[in-house]
Design a protein. Structure first.
Length: 88
C-alpha cells in the first residue's frame, strides 16, 4: 500500500500546494481551492487500484491567513511543549 500512497503523493508535485504526509493521511494547503481540488483529483487518479477512497476535509478560514504549522505552534505555545508524546 505504501507504493500506491507514494504515487498519490508524487502526483501533488505538479501543483502549487504544500503537503505533509502523516501516518493517517496527507494534509494539503493551497491559496486557491481550484488548485487544491485539482491536486486532490490528480492524487486520486494516480493510485492504481480497483478501489480508491479519497476523503477531503476543507478548512477555509477566510480573512485570516494561518498555515497548518502555525496552528500547531499556537497549540504548543499554550502547552509549553511540543504537541506529541515522544518529544525529547
Amino acid at each position: 500500500m505504501a507504493g500506491e500512497v507514494a504515487k498519490a503523493v508524487a502526483a501533488l508535485e505538479d501543483y502549487d500546494v504544500e503537503y505533509e504526509t502523516t501516518p493517517m493521511g496527507t494534509i494539503l494547503e493551497a491559496e486557491d481551492t481550484g488548485e487544491l481540488f485539482a491536486a486532490a483529483h490528480a492524487a486520486h487518479l494516480a493510485v492504481d487500484s480497483d478501489r480508491v477512497s479519497t476523503v477531503l476535509k476543507i478548512d477555509d478560514k477566510r480573512g485570516v491567513r494561518q498555515s497548518a504549522d502555525e496552528k500547531v505552534t499556537a497549540v504548543e505555545d499554550h502547552l509549553g511543549h511540543e504537541a506529541r508524546s515522544d518529544r525529547e
